[in-house]
Design a protein around this ligand. Structure first.
Ligand code: HEM
Length: 344
């Protein structure tokens, strides 16, 4: 009798204890194509962000009087600090790009339709949480762009009245808003994100991946979730490599120390459509964000079509393309314009 290989013995021992065979369930071949791996790549991006974020948290001081200086210290004095911070920042951008592509794939293929409406709603909450993480992260740099972003938020919170109270510097007389945003960035928001992710992945597992719009499964081809995971880890490594390369080629500076009361910067790319709305309608333009999210939430309830294939997607695709065109148009308009004062 041939003795089982060492790898086989290790697998058997681990499987007996951790029931790893539960991850070997079958998935369709198309689930391993890039459009269907985007969600898993987003997850890997989050792992990179948590790892690098924990390292940065050891050296960042969330106090307005020293925050910007502590970033300078991370860049100049902490071993590999500049690269670790660069990977964190660039991976945040890359993860947001992959996330947007994931939402576009789910929307285009109508994967929000019955029985996945609830998971779409969980997804919308995930998107809001990811944007909040991106926003609070950018504010932590405590440079000119950060303080202007925060001032916009404080003004918008004032428009929300009692619901925006948490954003008011007066909410806590002895803990600065920056310190509370830091708490949100490293504690509250990751906790909310984690709970939403558990629900999201649980629902994906319960419903299985949505059927392909046109493709029928090739007979005899068997793929397991392990294949899917391997693909995702491969793309995740590419993302880490890209983050590393970008952080070396385009290092993120610490930005100038902030001056309150002036408006000379523009927000990161993902918030540019909102900035464009502010250019057009003043602070009231920020209501565009809740309107966009209400539309996203309504998508599975507005599109009740069940027709198979791409034909059944015509109207929904036209609506999605129109929304995307407006977002891109507003973003380009804001990108080309000089910074504009909205507050003063
Ligand atoms: C941190 C953010 C997110 C992560 C990590 C994530 C992760 C995943 C993963 C791993 C899948 C399995 C299939 C795939 O990769 O395409 C998936 C499916 C899904 N996601 Fe997300 N997702 C996120 C955000 C969102 C958002 C913002 C939405 C919608 C607004 C959304 C809606 C869905 C839906 C409806 C499915 C089921 C798709 C199907 O069965 O074809 N997700 N997600």
């Amino acid at each position: 009798m041939i003795a089982p290989s060492r790898a086989r013995r290790v697998w058997t021992a681990l499987d007996a204890r951790l029931a790893l065979h539960n991850f070997l369930y079958e998935v369709p071949a198309y689930a391993n194509t890039l459009p269907y791996v985007l969600g898993a790549i987003t997850l890997i991006g989050l792992v990179i962000l948590v790892g690098t974020g924990i390292l940065l948290g050891q050296f960042y001081a969330p106090d307005p009087s020293v925050a910007n200086q502590s970033i300078r210290t991370i860049i100049t004095q902490v071993p590999a600090g500049e690269v670790i911070r660069g990977i964190h920042i660039w991976t945040a951008h890359l993860t947001m790009i992959v996330l947007v592509l994931h939402v576009m794939r789910v929307y285009a293929t109508g994967a929000y339709r019955f029985p996945r409406e609830a998971n779409w709603v969980v997804g919308v909450a995930l998107l809001a949480t990811m944007l909040a993480l991106f926003f609070t992260g950018a504010v932590l740099r405590w440079d000119q762009e950060a303080i202007e972003a925060l001032e916009h938020n404080v003004e918008f919170a004032a428009l929300l009245g009692v619901f925006g109270g948490w954003f008011s510097p007066a909410f806590s007389s002895h803990v600065p808003l920056l310190t509370r945003l830091y708490m949100a960035h490293v504690g509250l928001l990751p906790l909310v994100l984690f709970m939403l992710l558990v629900a999201h992945v649980y629902l994906v597992r319960q419903h299985g991946i949505s059927p392909h719009l046109t493709r029928t499964e090739p007979a005899g081809a068997h793929y397991t979730f392990a294949h899917h995971l391997k693909k995702a880890v491969g793309y995740g490594c590419i993302m880490l490599g890209l983050g590393l390369a970008l952080s070396v080629v385009f290092p993120s500076g610490e930005g100038p120390a902030p001056v309150a009361g002036i408006e000379v910067t523009k927000p990161p790319w993902i918030f540019l459509p909102l900035y464009g709305l502010e250019n057009l309608f003043g602070l009231q333009g920020l209501w565009g964000a809740p309107v966009f999210f209400l539309w996203l939430l309504a998508v599975p309830f507005l599109d009740r079509g069940r027709a198979p294939g791409w034909k059944g997607r015509r109207r929904a695709l036209a609506a999605g393309a129109a929304v995307l065109a407006v977002l891109i148009g507003l973003g380009l308009y804001a990108w080309r314009r000089q910074p504009v004062a909205h507050l003063h």
